[in-house]
Design a protein around this ligand. Structure first.
Ligand code: AMP
Length: 475
């Protein structure tokens, strides 16, 4: 297996670009996948984000497309030869930016199309001709229908984050798109896990694929310190702020299960004075990219996000990840905490387990094949310190000898109990339905006020109708 890029004998424009990126050696997925793709074989790759999988598929693909490289201005000389499909706009933009860098010294053209943006500039780019098209499925179908994307000369198709595309419900769209492609082609499928659905998809569309797995697909990094704390729903915000303070966490992802929950939590944390941004599917594209950018530059400390919006984003070295809500899907736990403890750095993943979450915790336990202890958490409030514990007792933290914790009087904890009356919401915001941002910019939280978050948005992103975008789904 080759270890360095020089052993691949890439065309000089490509090796020059790789050298410029500063890559010294290949990552495991690259060492395994690149030679196979260069041979023209189909690949089924289990690789999570951050493994270098974008280069693993795009470098060999660009190398093989070099036979078509030409400087002609005629669009007919630049048909779409490679199609890369991704589940979200952010991922599509991220992959497109990387491919542009790898192809920058070649004459091969690339373009990205995704929803929530004006079709016109995309149409103009497609009409001029591009060899590599990066797209989300919904918008690509719009272009196929408008006849601005013609796919009958596609030689390579990449289904990236395939499991997520199926989760979002893109299967019918994928099936339609694949029906437009020539039968004779190379198909590369990348997925974080090989679920039965993924295997079915691969069986239908891949021919004799080489399976490449770089790590046990459901493994969580050993460098991540994982804690599960028993926290009642109403105490989660206090617990979050307390842990951030106690553990001196400088930056964190905070995962929630719903878009509305995401918006609300981000607002309230921002009001509490924490530099917070939100990332969810109901935010306009411009807002999402700005939030990400501000987080990457360290201008935002907490990025509150939903799984769909955050999946696969190339943000490294986040010191901590909070699962404000235990994810509904155990695999999302692996993805979420994969954002911390990368590349050997130590990370921290804290999950808040509310009553009723036991089944979800069981699922995670099975998936990661590690015993999960749900620990009590002492919540500090104006009224003193209160110990949080599950009210059904079934997942209570045990001491080293397997005994449940005892109170100071030596009594075992009550098993079913929640004597606290339902507290009144302290923030009137929670009484109101979702609302549009305050017209006065100084009254808006940082993540909703473009003037307070400096803009360094990708050139691909042009703001469209902001309010309309709020009602759009992810693609
Ligand atoms: P990906 O998993 O494709 O999202 O890549 C994650 C990050 O790793 C990106 O920022 C890449 O630029 C970077 N990367 C990819 N390949 C290598 C390599 N061989 N050496 C160092 N960094 C790499």
């Amino acid at each position: 297996m080759p270890e360095s890029f020089s052993q691949l004998q890439l065309h000089s424009p490509l090796s020059r670009a790789v050298a410029e990126m500063g890559y010294e050696s290949m990552t495991p997925i690259q060492a395994q996948a690149i030679p196979v793709v260069l041979q023209g074989r189909d690949v089924m790759g289990a690789a999570q984000t951050g493994t270098g999988k974008t280069a693993a598929f795009s470098l060999p693909l660009l190398q093989r497309l070099m036979v078509h490289e030409n400087a002609s201005t005629s669009p007919a000389r630049h048909p779409v030869r490679a199609l890369v499909l991704l589940p979200t706009r952010e991922l599509a933009d991220q992959v497109a930016q990387q491919i542009k860098l790898y192809a920058k010294y070649t004459q091969l053209r690339s373009a990205v199309v995704f929803g929530g943006m004006d079709m016109k500039p995309q149409t103009a780019e497609l009409k001029a001709g591009v060899e590599v098209l990066i797209a989300t499925p919904g918008r690509l179908l719009d272009h196929i229908e408008a006849k601005t994307a013609v796919l009958n000369q596609v030689e390579y198709v990449v289904l990236d984050e395939a499991d997520r595309m199926l989760d979002i419900g893109f299967l019918p769209d994928l099936q339609r798109i694949l029906s437009y492609l020539p039968k004779k082609r190379t198909t590369l499928l990348f997925s974080a896990t090989f679920s039965p659905e993924i295997k079915r998809l691969a069986a239908s569309y891949l021919q004799d694929p080489v399976t490449i797995e770089v790590a046990r697909s459901n493994a969580t990094a050993s460098t991540v310190e994982q804690h599960f704390y028993s926290v009642q729903v109403d105490d989660k915000r206090t617990a979050l702020k307390q842990l951030i303070r106690q553990r001196e966490i400088s930056q964190a992802f905070v995962f929630v299960n719903s878009k509305l929950g995401c918006a609300r939590l981000a607002r309230s944390l921002d009001r509490d004075g924490l530099k917070t941004a939100a990332l969810h599917g109901d935010k306009s594209q411009d807002e999402r990219l700005k939030a990400l950018d501000a987080f990457k530059r360290g201008e935002v400390d907490l990025l509150v996000c939903t799984d769909v919006a955050a999946r696969g984003l190339d943000i490294k070295d986040v010191p901590a990840v909070f699962n404000f809500d235990v994810p509904f899907n155990a695999e999302d736990y692996v993805h979420r905490i994969g954002r911390t403890g990368r590349a050997g750095a130590s990370g921290l993943a804290i999950s808040f387990v509310a009553s009723g979450d036991n089944r979800l915790v069981d699922d995670i336990e099975k998936l990661i094949r590690n015993k999960i202890e749900v620990e009590p958490l002492d919540i500090e409030s104006d009224r003193g310190v209160r110990r949080e514990r599950m009210n059904d007792g079934s997942r209570l933290y045990r001491d080293e000898e397997g005994r449940p914790p005892r109170s100071e009087k030596g009594e075992a904890p009550e098993r079913v109990r929640s004597s606290r009356p339902m507290p009144k919401p302290v923030d009137p915001f929670f009484e109101r339905p979702y609302e549009e941002p305050h017209p006065d910019p100084s009254q808006q939280p940082a993540w909703e006020n473009p003037n307070r978050v400096p803009s360094r948005v990708s050139a691909n992103i042009k703001t469209k109708r902001k309010v309309a975008a709020l009602f759009k789904s992810t693609d």
